[in-house]
Structures are given as structure tokens and as C-alpha cells.
Design a protein around this ligand. Structure first.
Ligand code: PGA
Length: 253
């Protein structure tokens, strides 16, 4: 298995000053050994990407974007393309985060176009999937996740799929303080791994990182990471406090 990935999704938080100081604190606290044992990435808002990239240059910590648009350039007011993100030294990009699916209204089809644009633009997409509480209560978790996975990865070759990271983020656990138990998360991660095996073969599917997201914190990170199919964490709220994020990284390696 490749190194775990610990990713901090800052969402629509920070400002020009605090984004820099947060990045500096993370860089200062991220020991070389932590950096060698795990890949670490932060996802600031678009407008602070450039300055955070400057701060994190040659620290080994990567920078990613929270979203992108499907087209390369042109008359798409307000949108940001893969090539712009690449030009800003972004490495990763989130695609289909549940807040974009459920607040902004992104469809699986649009998410698929974004994953495709990210790969074609040389970025590493993190495809986010996850069920709502009601869907879990109706035993629809597997069905929802499989559909999001199948449609999100539609028409992509096995080779391209092998470069995608998946993030399982149960919607009911995001920002709520409710975390899926390690066993609940593992059950879905296993299912995702099985679906990926059908697409890329068992061996390649083992190499695809499947992150867990949803109220990941310093005190639950180690237990989540101990599960066989959990290969990293996508951290929201707790990534805004350098100490918490650093403790999560430490607990994960
Ligand atoms: P949370 O967010 O850690 O605040 O629950 C996770 C995410 O949305 O990526």
C-alpha cells in the first residue's frame, strides 16, 4: 500500500492573513519523519492558493484546490480551470464534495466531467462519495456510494482510474461531530475497494487510496486509520487548527 494521505479541507474559511499563518504553523510542526511516512496536503480557498503555495514550497506539503471547472478556458465567468490550478502549483483537486453536490447542486455527470478534466489537466482528483443519513437509515448506503462511484468514474480507462483518490464521506458525519465508527467506515471502504477491483483489477485497486472524511479528529484518527481499507483522512473542521491537524497526522502514521 502507498503512503497514507492526510488532507485538510479548509472549505470557505481563513483570510489572507490566517491562511498564511495556518500554513506556516502546519509546516513548522510537520516533522520530516511525519512527511516521510504520510503525504500531507491542504486545500485552501482559491484566492489564497498562490500565497499558501509560496509558504509551503519545499516543505513536502502539497496544495490542492476544492473544486475546478470542466473547461480549459474561455467565457465561463467565475470558474477556474485545471490548467490554472496546475499553473498555481496545485497537485490535488477535490471533485464532488458533498457540500457541492447537496448545497450547490452538482450532479454525478458534472462530477464525472470534473474528474476527467482534472486528470487530463495533470491534477490528482479526489472523488468524494457518501450517503445522507436518511439513505443510511433505509439501507441504501451501498447503492448510493456505488452509483456515485460508477458515474463519477464513467468512461475513464483503468489507467486513469488508477490515478484517482476516493474519499468516503458520509454526509451525516460531515461537520456534525458524528463520526462513522471505524467498523462502519471500513465496511464502506471495503465495498468501494471491491467496486474499484472490478474496474482496474485487484492489484491496482489495492494501490488506490480511499480516504475517510467526516468529523475526523485527533482522538479518532488512529482508530480509523487502523482499518484495513482506510488509507488516509480528509479533514474539515479539525484542519483549521494547526495543532489538531498535526496531531491527526501523527496519529495516522
Ligand atoms: P469535517 O469535514 O471534518 O468538518 O466533518 C470533512 C469534509 O467535509 O471534508
Amino acid at each position: 500500500m502507498s503512503k497514507p494521505l492526510i488532507a485538510g479541507n479548509w472549505k470557505m474559511n481563513t483570510n489572507s492573513h490566517s491562511s498564511i499563518s495556518l500554513a506556516k504553523s502546519i509546516a513548522a510542526g510537520c516533522s520530516e519523519s511525519a512527511g516521510q511516512s504520510a503525504d500531507v496536503a491542504v486545500f485552501p480557498p482559491f484566492v489564497y492558493l498562490g500565497s499558501v503555495v509560496q509558504v509551503l514550497r519545499s516543505t513536502g506539503i502539497s496544495v490542492g484546490a476544492q473544486d475546478l471547472y470542466t473547461e480549459q478556458k474561455g467565457a465561463f465567468t467565475g470558474e477556474i480551470s485545471a490548467s490554472m490550478l496546475k499553473d498555481t502549483s496545485c497537485v490535488y483537486v477535490l471533485c464532488g464534495h458533498s457540500e457541492r453536490r447537496h448545497i450547490i447542486g452538482e450532479s454525478d455527470r458534472l462530477v464525472n466531467a470534473k474528474v476527467t478534466a482534472a486528470i487530463n489537466g495533470g491534477l490528482l482528483p479526489i472523488l468524494c462519495v457518501g450517503e445522507k443519513l436518511q439513505q443510511r437509515q433505509c439501507d441504501k448506503t451501498g447503492e448510493v456510494v456505488n452509483t456515485q462511484l460508477a458515474e463519477g468514474l464513467a468512461d475513464l480507462s483503468a489507467e486513469k482510474i488508477s490515478g484517482v483518490t476516493i474519499a468516503y464521506e458520509p454526509v451525516w458525519a460531515i461537520g456534525t461531530g458524528l463520526t462513522a465508527t471505524p467498523a462502519q467506515a471500513q465496511e464502506v471502504h471495503f465495498l468501494i475497494r471491491q467496486e474499484l477491483s472490478k474496474k482496474v483489477g485487484k492489484q491496482s485497486a489495492q494501490q488506490i487510496r480511499i480516504l475517510y472524511g467526516g468529523s475526523a479528529k485527533p482522538d479518532n484518527a488512529a482508530d480509523l486509520m487502523a482499518e484495513q481499507d482506510i488509507d488516509g483522512l480528509l479533514v474539515g473542521g479539525a484542519s483549521l487548527k494547526a495543532d489538531d491537524f498535526l496531531r491527526i497526522i501523527k496519529a495516522s502514521i
